[in-house]
Design a protein. Sequence first.
Length: 447
Amino acid sequence: MIKKTTLLLVFCAVVLGAVAYYFDWKRGQNAKPPEDVLKPAYSVHAADVVSLTIAHPAAGTPDIRLKKDGGVWVIVQPMETLADQSTINAIIDQIAAVEVIQAEPGTADRRKAYGLDPPQISVEFQLQNGTKHTLAFGDKDFAGDSVYAIVDGAQNVSLLPDLLSTGLGKGLDGLRDRAVLHIDSAQVTSFSLKNSSGDLALTKEKGQWKFTEPSHSVASQDAVNAFTQAVATANWTAVASEKPESLPRYGLANPAITFTATDSKGAKSSLVVGKRDGNTYFARDLARPVIFSIDEELHTKFSQGLDDLRDKFVVHATAADIEQIQIRNINGSIVLSRKKGNPDQWVFDTPADQKGKSAAGDKIIDAITTLQAEQIIDHPTANVLLQLANPVVSVAFTDKNRQVLTVRFSKPAGDFVYAHTSDNPSLFKLKKGFVDDLNFKAADLVF
């Protein structure tokens, strides 16, 4: 039988537990959300922002006003010029997505202490429906990764990520368009380049770049694509003059370099480069009044000549199309053919002691088709041609149509040798080590 004292203790424990549960529940009902929960500063979509005004009250510099015109951001104050689209779009995206880290009472003394009286940066932006919002930035917090701010003129001071104020604090030069030339490298179909090396003209046919001036030679696809991409992505380093005045002073009356690109729609874009100024060069996009400076690296790109942009591969052949290989060198003559019934396999035709055996034909093909010249000589002298009268190595490729491509290599002349192909009147100057690599013996090709 349970004692009365035991029942009394159990009853008291139940009552105390119920009371504790009630007060915990009540406390939960009245609890305030934690102050450090992130919440959006604005309820806006980036695509709806149509204008943006940035001021620096503490610095006293002119306000910068931007607006979206036909989907493109332009600066309309303190000057009229194109804005840097990626920079402005990034700022707008950050404004739309910015979240308040925490909020504190914004008393007058606190605002002054936080660098908000006056603010370091103030922003006003307008939406398509005419609604306007404001944002003011003060100093960074003690950690340095957040900044004190006032959202839409609120009494409280909000703590926001510093990334947004960094973008807004770039100033006019950091927000304006800095592109050297407005071209899309993927859309360029032809271009001309005039510099101290001469005049060049190239055109793209079926996706392949070819020279039309000074000769109809093949261009290096990698070199030309790298060049047009470098121009398309280049930015100027500084503005020399907002107006095209005193062109001789900048060497732009008779520019040393002229580059003109034409796109798939026939639109032309031209850049001229003038005098050197320290480590930079004066330049101008002829479609805009501003005179700016470009760096040494870009100037070097514009100084390229025919040898820099032309294709230097000695042979252009598709391995799968080659049916027979004949090579003559200091070790004799070797002839290889694709095996009947198994075209992926090569066999010896000669020498006689190797006839019918499997051979590494691709070894010869790879050695020849990967050769790149140090220099291409379009008008060789008689002395150079004499070097090829008695070649030390010759290779003949016969294709499926029984067409023969022959490559001949000269004796070394110093550190170089010369090569000539039956389908090209030019000569190729190569390092002499390439010829040594072509002195195969039959034993080297046994597979």
